[in-house]
Design a protein around this ligand. Structure first.
Ligand SMILES: Cc1ncc(C[n+]2csc(CCOP(=O)(O)OP(=O)(O)O)c2C)c(N)n1
Length: 575
């Protein structure tokens, strides 16, 4: 006989889980009681939101399913933001929640919430367990949906009495997915259609999204785009998919994308989309998006097609299959060279420097934007291969970080892109560092967002994780203040954080080493060697460490496509 709690853990092990993040409480106690000897390492965060973001960080760095555990009621409600985040960004996640005893369900029992109802629209699949014998099949099915197709979150809600009950257990089971009668895949003629579109096109471009990484099609895409040699750019989640040295790569596209990428997307007559959902941060005003373009869309999830406008050539399927299939046909086809278009779109008039600066290089260059120069100084010290991970929280520092990112690791830039959930970066960095113990993990947060999960400093300290934490402290909710400055006549309503706590002292209270660099110090030529030495030491440290960069309170993110404008209407910093 095995108890429900033990069966849950056996089934998690069978799915390859050896690490889970969570926070205990009444309804989930039997699971915690059974943890020892289960083969699963449990990491106690200091808030359930920390647990779910950490599980996401683990999943985003590895592609494996992240697992978060919480109790009923407030434990489960604290998971909800992370579940929504995983849905938006296609992150494989399984959340196990305790529920009140079965006979009490529906009675407003202590710590009862309708977890099933609450997460129905936020999950790919969710289930409330009604009997112990459902457990093995439900867990197998949950993991299947979390990792299959377009990955996403799953919730399994288990009443306390079921965790405590026992049954004869024959071992974990496998889930056999139903064969869908209307299985959709690419048209057999899709490659010929795309080749014909390319042959007619004068200004083709490629837009790269997260789907390329999620389907492990990074090398296939590089091979295809090296062949097509067309201007290419990435969404925030597509960053790192293409090698920086690719001469046709124009950086990030969208609201804070590069001039070159946004103009190319505005002017193109053939847009090849690879695993992106074309949300409004990428398209600008949807009705004026890529106005001259036909759209060909490589996508695993048919529900992502035709969202902005009907696509001319859908290519439905796993990108790891459809991209190589297209490459095989394209390499034998007679395709135009597009040299004239490349010269315009990738030419010096539009292009920004895209190589990785060396340490010290950015400081010497006039420093038009000190905070970006500081971030570049940090990023220049990151490994050049896939052993470096930069996490950005949400706000101005996130966009500056995305603009400065020059890494080559496909999973090397991790952020809450779809939901834009402040407080994501610090706990997610915990998950990344645990998944990749030898990696260099740099976590960049704003002074607002850092305070949303600041309690996870305790987790970092307990585990001794060598995360390099940076706060870009502008003493404002900066991104909102920027919008107030530009669109609300500088009415800085409730965005002032000038009475921020002393972050250095807070970190020290958590027994974490911490120091501050002020913008003036960073800019002072007399301090340059000292600052460089400090940054190098920060990167060499094998302990957790926090660095606070105190920057100008009213620095802005440019270029910017104002909401409601088309990509061609981006605005630049005033001289
Ligand atoms: C949980 C949550 N609440 C509110 C917002 C709205 N929001 C977006 S950016 C931002 C300001 C972030 O400020 P800070 O963390 O200091 O970063 P900065 O923009 O200054 O770099 C806010 C409030 C959000 N994205 N997430």
């Amino acid at each position: 006989m095995r108890k429900g709690a033990q069966i849950v853990l056996d089934c998690l092990r069978a799915e390859g889980v050896d690490l889970a993040f969570g926070y205990p409480g009444g309804a989930i106690m039997p699971l915690y009681d059974a943890l020892e000897g289960s083969g699963i390492r449990h990491v106690l965060t200091r808030h359930e939101q920390g647990a779910v973001f950490a599980a996401e960080g683990f999943a985003r760095a590895t592609g494996k399913v992240g697992v978060a555990i919480a109790t009923s009621g407030p434990g489960a409600t604290n998971l909800v933001t992370g579940i929504a985040d995983a849905k938006m960004d296609s992150v494989p996640l399984v959340c196990i929640t305790g529920q009140v005893r079965s006979p009490l369900i529906g009675s407003d029992a202590f710590q009862e919430t309708d977890v099933f109802g609450m997460t129905l629209s936020l999950t790919k699949w969710n289930r409330m367990i009604r009997s112990i014998d459902e457990l093995p099949a439900a867990i197998a099915e949950g993991f299947h949906w979390a990792r299959s197709g377009r990955p996403g979150p799953v919730v399994i809600d288990i009443p306390l009495d079921i965790l405590k009950a026992s049954m004869e257990f024959g071992g974990p089971v496998k889930f056999t997915p139903p064969r869908l009668a209307n299985h959709v895949g690419p048209e057999s003629t899709f490659a010929a259609t795309l080749i014909a579109l390319l042959q007619q096109a004068k200004k083709p471009v490629a837009l790269i999204g997260a789907g390329v990484k999620l389907s492990d099609a990074v090398e296939d895409l590089q091979q295809l785009l090296d062949l097509l040699n067309i201007p290419s750019f990435a969404t925030v989640h597509g960053l790192g998919a293409l090698k920086q040295k690719s001469p046709y790569y124009l950086g990030m596209v969208g609201m804070h994308g590069t001039k070159a990428a946004n103009l190319a997307l505005d002017e193109t007559d053939l847009l090849l989309v690879f695993g992106a959902r074309l949300d409004d941060r990428v398209t600008g005003e949807p009705t004026r998006f890529a106005p001259h373009a036909k759209i060909a869309h490589f996508e695993i999830d048919p529900s992502q097609l035709d969202r902005v406008r009907p696509c001319d050539a859908p290519v439905i399927g796993n990108l790891a299959e459809t991209i190589p299939a297209f490459y095989q046909e394209a390499k034998h086809a007679h395709l135009p060279d597009f040299a004239g278009w490349r010269a315009v779109a990738c030419g010096p008039e539009r292009a920004e420097r895209t190589h990785s600066p060396e340490p010290g290089e950015t400081r010497k260059q006039g420093l038009a934007h000190p905070t970006k120069a500081f971030l570049q100084e940090l990023f220049a010290r990151m490994p050049k291969d896939d052993s470096g991970f930069i996490l950005a929280d949400v706000g101005q520092h996130q966009m500056w970080s995305a603009q400065c990112f020059r890494g080559n690791g496909p999973r090397g830039f991790i952020t809450s892109g779809g939901l834009g959930a402040m407080g994501f970066a610090l706990p997610a960095a915990i998950g990344v560092q645990l998944a990749k113990p030898n990696a260099t993990v740099l976590c960049v947060s704003g002074d607002g967002g850092f305070q949303m999960n600041i309690q996870e400093l305790a987790t970092v300290h307990r585990l001794g994780l060598p995360i390099k934490m940076v706060i870009i402290d502008n003493k404002f909710l900066g991104m909102v203040r920027q919008w107030q400055e530009l669109f609300f006549s500088c009415n800085y309503a409730e965005t002032d954080l000038s009475d921020n706590p002393d972050f250095v002292e807070i970190a020290k209270a958590y027994k974490i080493a911490a120091s501050m660099i002020k913008e003036e110090e960073f800019l002072d030529p007399g301090q340059s060697e000292n600052v460089a030495r400090r940054l190098t030491r920060f990167f060499r440290s094998t302990r957790p460490e926090l660095l606070v960069f105190e920057c100008h309170p009213e620095a802005n993110v440019y270029p910017m496509v104002p909401a409601g404008s088309s990509l061609s209407e981006m605005v630049f910093e005033k001289e």
